[in-house]
Design a protein around this ligand. Structure first.
Ligand SMILES: Nc1ncnc2c1ncn2[C@@H]1O[C@H](COP(=O)(O)OP(=O)(O)OP(=O)(O)O)[C@@H](O)[C@H]1O
Ligand SMILES: [Mg+2]
Length: 308
């Protein structure tokens, strides 16, 4: 049973802590990333994301606890397991005076046995095929970032550990990275990626973990984080009188007005259709009713900016 569980998980942190002097950069982190998942690792600056990823890549040693990569303790069996991992931590060290393709050839030669066809397909995957013969120094930040990803993918790793792959990119660049991540997911890769912008990973990741000052403050599905169970958003012309009426009802005492003039209300039965018919019967015909969705950035700030 235990073995089966371990094999399902691509990356697991078990009570992992990292202390730098008196500062706890990572504080008893427990986290499990399943195979084939695109998992978002979030937190504001200094939360401990890079430190965590460096531990997963065997670059630094946890003060306590252990990190298992593809079912093996990375401290004990790093040599065996790290060849199956594609890292992108901080800006990739590329040769600026050489072309994108030559960079891939050189990094490929270091790994040994990376075919020309593989390089070709990676240039295509990262949408660099048209600029492959240009010097990297002439590339935009987004193109460099994508080339860095191509380098991380050279040896066809099962697991990708990507530290802020969209850092510093404009919306178009972020969209390109997102498209690339979706393709990797479709290929069945496991991706563990960090970001300090929830909106950026919310669209590609099913699950996220949120770190604050080294400690986990949330781990779970993005939709669960965003939905406010049992509440609906109601657009109606007569906002004030409709809200007053709802609040007079036994089921509606907790209804409130959102910043943008939307009513946030429970339903008499817990279902949106009853809320719709009840309001209509009372003479307040809703223009729209939908499940309450909380704002991504507001949720993130709430979780990460509270007092420690
Ligand atoms: N080598 C080090 N020596 C001392 N302190 C360190 C070291 N590396 C990281 N830290 C500290 O550990 C904490 C976490 O840093 P880390 O770089 O992991 O955060 P991060 O979440 O990646 O932040 P960012 O979003 O800015 O990249 C910070 O307080 C940082 O100053
Ligand atoms: Mg970092």
């Amino acid at each position: 049973m235990q073995t089966a569980l371990v094999q399902e998980s691509a990356l697991s942190f078990r009570a992992v802590s990292k202390r730098f002097g008196s500062r706890m950069a990572v504080d008893r982190l427990d986290l499990e990333v399943g195979r084939g998942e695109v998992f978002g690792f979030l937190g504001p600056n200094g939360a401990g994301k890079t430190t965590t990823m460096r531990m997963a890549l065997g670059l630094i040693k946890p003060t306590s606890g252990c990190v298992e990569v593809l079912g093996r303790d990375v401290q004990l069996e790093g040599r065996r397991v790290l060849p199956h991992v594609g890292p992108l931590v901080e800006t990739p060290a590329l040769y600026p005076h050489l072309s994108g393709r030559t960079n891939l050839r050189i990094f490929g030669a270091e790994l040994g046995r990376v075919s020309a066809a593989r390089i070709e397909s990676l240039l295509e995957l990262t949408a660099l095929d048209e600029r492959q013969d240009d010097r990297v120094s002439s590339y935009s930040l987004g193109m460099r970032q994508r080339l860095g990803l191509a380098v991380a993918l050279l040896h066809d790793p099962e697991l990708l550990i990507l530290d802020e792959p969209a850092n510093g990119l404009d919306p178009a660049g972020i969209r390109e990275i997102r498209a690339l991540l979706r393709q990797l997911r479709d290929q069945g890769k496991t991706v563990f990626l960090s970001s300090h912008v929830l909106g950026e990973v919310g669209r590609v990741c099913d699950r996220v973990a949120i770190l604050r000052q080294g400690a986990l403050v949330y781990s779970g599905r993005v939709d669960a984080l965003l939905s406010e169970a049992g509440y609906f958003e109601v657009k109606v012309a007569e906002v004030d009188s409709a809200l007053a009426w709802i609040r007079e009802q036994a089921w509606g005492r907790s209804a409130r007005l959102d910043k943008d003039g939307t009513i946030v209300s429970p339903s008499p039965s817990g279902r949106g259709r009853e809320l719709n018919s009840t309001l209509s019967a009372a003479g307040f015909i809703p223009d729209a009713i939908g499940p309450r969705q909380r704002d991504l950035e507001a949720v993130f700030l709430e979780l990460t900016e509270g007092r420690p």
